[in-house]
Design a protein around this ligand. Structure first.
Ligand SMILES: NC(=O)c1ccc[n+]([C@@H]2O[C@H](COP(=O)([O-])OP(=O)(O)OC[C@H]3O[C@@H](n4cnc5c(N)ncnc54)[C@H](OP(=O)(O)O)[C@@H]3O)[C@@H](O)[C@H]2O)c1
Length: 298
């Protein structure tokens, strides 16, 4: 299997690159230099993927059979403030990969988000299934939804993997991992805040990596929700993480980030139903405490 992983230095990409089967021909595409701990078997391509000619040349050189497209401007507030850049990275880059996948008959696994939903589930409703109607409330969600539609129009093999909140530490490179700044605070006995009005179905980065790698060679075509089994608000989640990892729960307090300046709107409850993923994939979806151990690597 010859697979291309975009956004090589990102948080989720690190999980993919460190867990990819060693008999695969793995290529990573990145704007930055390779991380020191990159497995020797991975071939690294440093370039600006927003330059279509350079991207085209690199794709023709690699000729991937499967592309796992993790690259994105993933900061919700940054997307709101830098809309043009967010559109270039999240929509146009995906459009280009989709067009390549169509012409080369390659499989495209696109990472979308729970933020395509508006989160106004009534408490008695179940979590969102793959058939639920997307209606984003922030620009990040809008760009991810636009990219979903591009991928779903392909007549080749594709998956739109909608990912819930990801728990973990970057296993390579850097990236968008909240545990990275929380753990040092807890080590110093400092408390961290989290909101109770954002309900999520968090998944750990290790399980997510396994599921995405499985999807790279799977024949399933369509939308798929990659989420954990447990549904809880972010305050409860962070408190549980502290407890499971051996820190006092008092190091987590409830806050209200809606008061912060320049904060984009967040959907209230974007719990995703993972029933289809669990039935389709061999990947095991652990319950929350085990997922927290996997996320923290201990
Ligand atoms: N983390 C979460 O909780 C979460 C939840 C739901 C969905 N997702 C989705 O999962 C995917 C991976 O997220 P992540 O947390 O791994 O994000 P991340 O750590 O921020 O990594 C994203 C990577 O995208 C690439 N990228 C960003 N801006 C770029 C630009 N201007 N030009 C070219 N490449 C650019 C970068 O790769 P290089 O540094 O290698 O160039 C960056 O490291 C994203 O599609 C995100 O929308 C994440």
């Amino acid at each position: 299997m010859r697979v291309l992983i975009t956004g090589g230095n990102g948080y989720v990409a690190g999980s993919l690159l460190t867990q990819a089967p060693t008999d695969w021909d793995v290529h990573a595409l990145s704007t930055r230099t390779a991380p020191n701990a990159l497995p020797a078997s991975v071939q690294w391509h440093r370039m600006n993927p927003l330059e279509p000619e350079a991207l085209q040349r690199t794709l023709q050189q690699i000729t991937p059979q499967s592309i796992i497209h993790t690259a994105a401007m993933a900061g919700i507030d940054a997307c709101e403030q830098e809309r043009e850049q967010a559109c270039q990275v999240n929509v146009e880059y995906t459009r280009y990969l989709a067009s390549y996948a169509a012409s080369a008959r390659a499989r495209l696994v696109y990472l979308s988000t729970d933020n395509v939903f508006n989160g106004t589930l009534r408490p008695e409703d179940p979590p969102y299934s793959e058939n639920a109607l997307p209606r984003p409330v922030n620009y990040y969600g809008e760009t991810k939804r636009a990219a979903e539609e591009i991928v779903a129009a392909l007549d080749t093999s594709w998956v739109v993997a909608r990912v819930a909140l990801v728990m973990g530490l970057p296993r390579l490179g850097s990236g968008n991992a909240f545990l990275s700044w929380m753990l040092p605070k807890w080590e110093q006995g400092k408390a961290v805040g989290a909101p109770s009005n954002e309900i999520r179905t968090p998944i750990d980065v290790v399980t997510l990596g396994r599921a995405l790698l499985e999807l790279a060679t799977h024949d399933y075509v369509g939308y798929l929700h990659l989420a954990g089994n447990d549904r809880l608000n972010r305050f409860e989640l962070i408190r549980r993480m502290a407890a499971v990892l051996g820190y006092p729960e008092s190091l987590v307090y409830e806050n209200d980030p809606t008061q912060l300046p320049n904060r984009a709107e967040r959907p209230r409850d974007v719990s995703l139903d993972n029933t289809l993923s669990r039935s389709l994939l061999h990947t095991h979806f652990p319950d929350l405490n085990d997922a927290i151990h996997l996320a923290a690597g201990r």
